[in-house]
Design a protein around this ligand. Structure first.
Ligand code: SF4
Length: 714
């Protein structure tokens, strides 16, 4: 009866709850949280509390598998054989087709050590920037927004600002479902401070909106127009912080010119907001009130995602609500280590320490740090997520290595991604489960240890770096992700991958960040064993930095924050008579991402057993859809099947469709069959909040609920 106990960071959302995990006889048995430990102070949501039921031993990939040709079945092989085969095939594709015919698609669920080694292998040694991750689908508009406004990525704020804030603006974030522990802290502040107010800007009346003092049901895509109206009202009221604007910002005149040139009637029309709604919004912004804004996918997953981010940051700059206690624009990460991935530079335009591949001095610094030949790192960004899979479908990418994510469900316009996976000559899937929708395309399956079986480092939404530890052994031959990358690097004959512990990887990585905006160089493993630290943390004696820009200086050439004057733009896709409704994809509290883990937990499956679509009563009547019946959302690229929920939580003309269920649940239930692959022109983040559809009644598919129940049993 071997009992083990360790502290680990929750592998789900960006709140980054620290959990105490127990295993017995090498099985997880209990999860608790310590009331004294940040950031969750004893709290957990059901997903975290039920992690001990999420393992599903029968689904685990415990042995390397491969096939030499597409017609052959996968067979179990040794690590020696699979590493040799993988290395030889990658070398052959590079030799025959060039370095850019090899691509990597990763995840904000990988720990920092693995993410760093993938970046080093691809950008430093394979000499390709064809490397992107699912953070592109989640965070890249927030990255670009921060860089445009402040000169650097990374939020200025920290969770402890919640307990000092007066006004919470939550834009495009359903925190009750997706960041529940953090929202508990917001609710507690609202309950204990009479003057605190919560404003939710969301087209849908989500549970978060139901808690709000003011819900602004903005039209899909109308956020910039709404924020311009609010700023216009603040200017009329003389409510701006002139001293802050003069001393610490630039570009305010251009923003004022834009606001005065916009037709207010058009802004009201684009946002769907009435004058009284804007008045009410302005009312909770003015005066001596600390403003803390949270935003997530509703802001980021848009062809105007960067503009939405910068518009909200403009509001903060205009009010001087940055760099002080209880204030700031705070982007939330959807995944546990999306921040850590940004720090290592795993998006196609990045290098470690928030450096860029396009900057010659940054490339030279990293080449020196990696001890590789000058000119090894290519100067142009690789393909981001959407064009990467398109290139695979077009035959331009021949080898795809996918780790710790499930793009065959989560990518927009997922039929193209599936075609790319089908066409690529070599698909390597590194995962802990053998039966994900992506794994069915694999030529090589590399078995990875999962949460609770490996030690590594993650950074949550507030820049808090924590260490997650192993509490059980991985099954069979599965090993931590960083070991797999290092082993492939060595098998390819590269000399920069001679690591024997995650500590060695961490030590090398943290040193690459010295002197950069996300300086973690002072965070030794030993310090992190004692508790989390916020970056920047530039020396082993540095206490960490929960709050940035407190001196009013920003890492721009002038030291000033920048207003960004962006006009409202329409969405790329529009509705018409054939496709009159706008579909917004999203998430529910009981499932996470593509259900690879939460789909194993009976209690969570009972709460959210099957795909559904929320439809306004007027639209349901117009399309002949019954509440509780089944319906197709039919779009220009495909159709998705879901059970109808007729509700006024959505406004007429919009429908809400969670994306968790892939086509292995039922061949037609992937929400991303209907989404568009249009992207924001700056961040390259795809639009997942607006695709045009119509509805068609459908018969109940055979055994959909039964499928869920079957999964409960596995
Ligand atoms: S709030 Fe997020 S990090 Fe915390 S337990 Fe829930 S899923 Fe995990």
């Amino acid at each position: 009866m071997a009992l083990r106990q360790a502290r680990a960071t929750c592998p789900y959302c960006g709140v980054g709850c620290v959990l105490d995990v127990k295993s017995q006889d090498n099985a997880l048995v209990q999860i608790t949280a310590d009331p004294a430990v940040a950031p969750n102070f004893g709290m957990m949501c059901p997903k975290g509390a039920l992690l001990f039921k999420s393992d599903a031993p029968k689904r685990r990939l415990a042995t390397p598998m491969m096939r030499e040709n597409k017609d052959a079945p996968l067979r179990e092989v040794s690590w020696k054989e699979v590493l040799r085969y993988t290395a030889d095939r990658l070398t052959a594709v590079r030799g025959a087709r060039g370095p850019d015919a090899v691509a990597f698609y990763g995840s904000g669920q990988l720990d920092t050590e693995a993410s760093y080694l993938f970046t080093k292998l691809f950008k430093g040694y394979l000499r390709t920037n064809q490397m992107d991750t699912n953070s592109r689908l989640c965070m890249s508009s927030a990255v670009a927004g921060y860089v445009q406004a402040f000169g650097s990525d990374g939020p200025p704020t920290c969770y402890n600002d919640i307990e000092s804030a007066d006004t919470f603006v939550i834009l495009g974030a359903n925190m009750t479902a997706n960041h529940p522990v953090l929202f508990n802290r917001v609710r507690r502040r609202r309950a204990t401070r009479d003057s605190a107010r919560i404003v939710v800007i969301d087209p849908r009346r989500s549970k978060t909106a139901e808690y709000a003092d003011l819900h602004l049901p903005v039209k899909p895509g109308g956020d910039v127009a709404l924020l311009l109206l609010a700023m216009r009202r603040l200017l009329e009221q003389g409510a701006t912080d002139t001293a802050f604007i003069d001393a610490h910002t630039e570009g305010f005149d251009a923003l004022k010119d834009l606001i005065s040139s916009c037709d207010p009637v058009a802004l009201h029309e684009a946002s769907g907001m009435t004058a009284s709604q804007i008045e009410a919004f302005a009312g909770v912004l003015v005066g001596d009130r600390r403003l803390l804004s949270f935003y997530c996918m509703g802001a980021n997953q848009s062809t105007a995602g960067v503009d939405k981010n910068t518009a909200l940051i403009n509001l903060h700059l205009m009010l001087g609500e940055v760099g002080k206690i209880g204030a700031g624009p705070f982007s939330l990460t959807g995944q546990p280590n999306a921040m850590g991935g940004r720090e290592v530079g795993y998006l196609c335009h990045q290098l470690p320490g928030y450096r860029k591949v396009t900057d010659a001095s940054h490339r030279a610094e990293v080449e020196r740090l990696w001890d590789i030949a000058p000119g090894s790192i290519r100067p142009t960004p690789g393909r981001s997520a959407v064009p990467m899979f398109q290139a695979a479908a077009d035959g331009e990418i021949d080898a795809l290595w996918i780790a710790c994510t499930n793009p065959a469900v989560s990518m927009p316009n997922v039929s193209v991604t599936q075609a790319g996976l089908e066409r690529a000559g070599l698909v390597i899937v590194q995962d802990c489960f053998k039966d994900t929708e992506t794994a069915r395309y694999a030529d090589v399956l590399l078995p990875a240890a999962t949460w609770g079986e490996k030690s590594g480092t993650m950074t949550n939404s507030e820049r808090l770096v924590t260490r997650s530890r192993a509490v059980k052994d991985a099954p069979g031959k599965a090993v931590p992700d960083w070991q797999i990358v290092a082993a492939v690097g060595r098998a390819m004959g590269f000399d920069g991958f001679d690591f024997t512990s995650p500590k060695q990887v961490w030590d090398e990585f943290r040193k690459t960040t010295a002197g950069t905006p996300c300086d973690l160089s002072g965070m030794t493993n030993k310090r992190l064993e004692r508790g989390g630290l916020h970056w920047p943390c530039s020396a082993e004696s540095h206490p960490g930095t929960p709050r940035r820009y407190t001196d009013g200086r920003f890492p721009t050439p002038t030291g000033k924050a920048r207003f960004h004057a962006a006009k409202p733009r329409g969405t790329d896709e529009t509705t018409d008579a054939d496709y009159p409704l706008a579909v917004m994809t999203g998430r529910v509290a009981a499932q996470w991402h593509t259900r690879a883990r939460t789909g194993n937990v009976p209690e969570l499956n009972r709460q959210a057993p099957e795909p559904f679509i929320e439809i306004h009563p007027d639209d349901a009547k117009a399309f002949g859809i019954d509440d509780g019946g089944w319906a197709y959302a039919v779009g220009r690229r495909g159709r998705a099947l879901a059970r109808a929920r007729v509700t006024d939580k959505v406004t007429a003309g919009t429908v809400f469709l969670p994306f968790h269920w892939g086509d292995s649940f039922h061949p037609e239930t992937a929400a991303n069959f209907v989404t568009t692959d249009a992207v924001d022109p700056v961040s390259l983040q795809p639009e997942l909040k607006f695709a045009a559809v119509r509805l068609e009644p459908a018969s109940a598919p055979e055994a959909t609920s039964a499928v869920a129940l079957e999964e409960v049993a596995r």
